[in-house]
Design a protein around this ligand. Structure first.
Ligand code: 5GW
Ligand code: MN
Length: 285
């Protein structure tokens, strides 16, 4: 295979951090060679599960989500879309590429929206153990109110990975919206924390995602027993988990952008972007 030689004296990016102090790559455009990575992952015949929740009115996001995923997500690799919904009949029929399938998993709906978000940890952990482990190698767990607008490929895959939240990647740790009440299992002190990770994009091997989601779910249940709910729900618990179990790879905000934040110069690509939603309309039942 022909490709340009890595240049020891010529870093690919000098405007952003591309490696954590624990030697996990931070994935920015320009730092990787996708052809090289595709060849490696193809040789391993890797299969990827993409989990997404579409409860109640959020089924309206599925069409654009799936259509754009077909165009940009793991093209050329084997993919299972795991769609967790209370309305299986509302899942759109989308034409899929070879080696790609939609698996609809019926789950219950929770009346409180906080529970819809929180219970994702429980559902992913249950299905990871019972089903995903037999069907795929990696899991990618994302929000559904999103569209792909540039390539998201095997460069994201690693044992356990998180994504820098678009609202906080330049923020000092004391200003992160971590859970600050000691009584919560998600508590993080002001002088702790590496990054603020987004709840809407994480993943890893099925085994590691099981450990993460199971531990977050247990922490959520402990909080519930103590009558406390973390400030940003599952996202707060994800941040606590990643403080104690450092991710082996971190995705830049290219992988979870929101156009209401503008487009900073460091952001050369917007790969996965929030679809604006009418909160009043979409969130009522
Ligand atoms: C409903 C009301 C308020 C907040 C969330 C919901 C909701 C979320 C819902 O009714 N149905 C649903 O499937 N969800 C799932 O939770 C979607 O996968 C959604 O992407 C995810 C997180 O909720 P978001 O996207 O509304 O949260 P933000 O912080 O991205 O706005
Ligand atoms: Mn969202």
């Amino acid at each position: 295979m022909n490709y340009s030689q890595p240049q020891t004296m010529n870093p690919l990016r000098t405007d952003v951090l591309v490696m954590t102090p624990w030697f996990a790559p931070i994935v920015w455009d320009g730092t990787f060679n996708i052809n090289l990575l595709n060849q490696q992952f193809k040789l391993r015949d890797v299969k990827i599960g993409l989990t997404v929740f579409a409860i109640k009115k959020y089924v309206v996001f599925l069409q654009l989500f799936l259509e754009t995923a077909e165009r940009y997500f793991m093209v050329g690799h084997k993919v299972n879309y795991y769609i967790m919904t209370d309305r299986p009949e509302a899942v759109p029929k989308v034409t899929l590429g070879e080696g790609r399938s939609i698996v609809v998993l019926k789950i219950q709906n929770y009346s409180r929206w906080q529970d819809v978000s929180l219970r994702r940890m429980e559902m992913i952990s249950l299905f990871a153990k019972e089903q995903f482990i037999q069907e795929v190698d990696y899991l990618v767990c994302v929000d559904v109110d999103m569209k792909f607008s540039d390539c998201v490929g095997v460069e994201i895959l690693s044992n356990i990975f998180g994504t820098l939240h678009p609202g906080f990647f330049r923020t000092q740790r004391q200003h992160f919206t971590y859970e600050r009440r000691l009584e919560s299992q998600a508590y993080i002190a002001h002088d702790e924390g590496d990054f603020y990770y987004a709840g809407g994009f994480f993943g890893g091997t099925v085994e590691e995602v099981y450990k993460l989601t199971n531990q977050c779910h247990n922490a959520i249940m402990t909080d519930k027993a103590n009558s406390i709910e973390a400030l940003w729900h599952d996202e707060s618990h994800l941040n606590k988990y990643f403080l104690n179990h450092k991710p082996t790879k971190i995705l830049s905000p290219e992988y979870l952008w929101d156009n209401s934040m503008g487009v900073p110069i460091v952001l050369r690509k917007r790969r996965f972007v929030a679809v604006p939603k009418n909160h009043a309309q979409i969130r009522n039942k």
